[in-house]
Design a protein around this ligand. Structure first.
Ligand code: ADP
Length: 421
């Protein structure tokens, strides 16, 4: 077994959901994970934890009613010590936090002020932020004195100009209730746009990128000189692209229609838009892109229609971001679908031939399953925009930000934005 002590300065990255907790021990220098795992079904029946350490998979049942605290205790007592990892090997804990509202444009060291600011944003992310707070509390108990850093999904999009984030609603809704567009997946968009600049051999301040993060949740961002200037998700992760089970953009009059004419209650509307729509709703078959591609190839009309709408709507967003950015250096595909589906990428790019996009079929098939690189034709002219496939790595960003903040000896007590970019 490799000596973990040689890997001092690692960051324990925690991503606490309402009933799950993903954890990983990451080396911030290279993004390598010596340990990764998932606590699942927390607060429900048969909670469990599964993990991979040194390439070996393990799993265990947790006591009934176990929540985030029990998972973290299990990680400390059973996994870390069992794997020969000392607490001294861990330099910091990095937490993914979904919503930082307008309070955080960067990652920050967690202190009382930051905790209360995350609490203030609960109304904007009622499922996620309370879980993050539970995770922070549990980690504080398990690792007393260890610095903890919060990395916000919304932070990267705080550079959006007002024209991109204000809804055409009465302005007091923004002023009094913070109702505006925030955007999500910021950590991923930031990672892949920085990586795209590296691949283009340029500084991030010198490139404009359109970044399409396509997973079960999906969003797209227009990034100008390294800064997000627009993105498709809004106040909540429901706006924008067609997703696995979320509808994305719809006529807001639909909500009135459902409520007033069809007698839906709020819970039914919420379930309909968030859980029963998107690829699943259209296809009446599955939210899973892989399954839909297979079914579409076998002639399933619902699957064919779902994929067609998914690609059409994505292509429309990409085209509109050409209008947002003065020029586009590269379009990046990432997320489970963006990284793996040659079918979706080709279908989308074929709809954008008018903008100069071209796809090389062989390269497109090669860039899957963790591969990184360009998929436009090698002999493309200067009018052929670069199209890059870049596997995202949000855990690495979280680990890097945490390490950077610790190294800079940032004034934690102030709770001011620090680190990140
Ligand atoms: P999440 O948003 O839950 O993190 P992921 O980024 O893991 O989601 O993406 C999940 C999506 O990626 C699913 O729709 C899945 O079908 C799709 N996907 C994964 N591998 C492939 C593949 N080889 N071809 C097509 N789609 C794929």
């Amino acid at each position: 077994m490799p000596d973990k002590r040689a890997n001092g300065g690692q960051v324990l990255v925690l991503n606490c959901g309402s009933s799950s907790l993903k954890f990983a021990l990451i080396d911030p220098r290279n993004g390598n994970a010596s340990l990764s795992g998932l606590g699942d079904s927390l607060g429900h029946s048969a909670p469990s934890v599964s993990w991979k350490i040194d390439g070996e998979k393990h799993s265990a049942a947790l006591p009934e009613g176990a929540k985030h605290t029990e998972v973290i205790e299990f990680v400390v007592t059973n996994i870390l010590s069992g794997g020969g990892i000392l607490r001294a090997d861990i330099a910091a804990i990095g937490h993914r936090v979904v919503h930082g509202g307008e309070k955080f444009s960067h990652s920050v060291l967690i202190n009382e002020q930051v905790i209360s600011a995350i609490q203030d944003c609960v109304a904007l992310a009622p499922l996620h932020n309370p879980a993050h707070l539970q995770g922070i509390e549990a980690a504080t108990k398990a690792f007393p004195g260890l610095p903890q850093v919060a990395v916000f999904d919304t932070a990267f999009h705080q550079t959006m100009p007002r024209q991109a984030y204000i809804y055409a609603l009465p302005y007091e809704l923004y002023e009094e209730h913070g109702i505006r567009r925030y955007g999500m997946h910021g950590t991923s968009h930031r990672f892949v746009s920085e990586r795209a600049a590296d691949l283009l051999g340029k500084a991030k301040a010198d490139v404009n990128i359109i970044s399409a993060h396509l997973g079960n949740g999906a969003s797209i961002a227009a990034i100008q000189a390294g800064k997000s200037v627009d993105t498709s998700m809004g106040l909540t992760p429901l706006e924008g692209l067609v997703m696995g089970t979320r509808c994305g953009d719809v006529d807001p009059g639909l909500l009135l229609h459902l409520g007033v004419r069809l007698d839906y209650c709020m819970k039914e509307i919420n379930d309909l838009l968030n859980k029963k729509s998107g690829l699943l709703g259209i296809s009446q078959l599955s939210n899973d892109c892989r399954a839909l591609e297979q079914a579409a190839a076998e002639g399933h009309q619902g699957a064919q229609l779902a994929l067609e709408i998914f690609c059409y709507r994505l292509a429309k967003y990409i085209a509109s971001y050409h209008g947002v950015l003065s020029h586009v250096d590269a379009l990046v595909f990432t997320g489970g679908i963006g990284e793996n589906s040659a079918y979706i990428r080709e279908n989308v790019l074929n709809r954008l031939i008018g903008l100069g996009y071209r796809v090389d079929e062989t390269r497109n098939l090669e860039m899957r399953f963790g591969a990184e690189g360009a998929i436009e034709p090698p002999s493309g002219t200067t009018s052929t925009p670069k199209v890059l496939v870049i596997p995202t790595n949000e855990e690495w960003v979280i680990a890097r930000d945490a390490a950077q903040i610790i190294a800079s000896g940032n004034s934690a007590a102030s709770g001011q934005p620090a680190g990140g970019s």
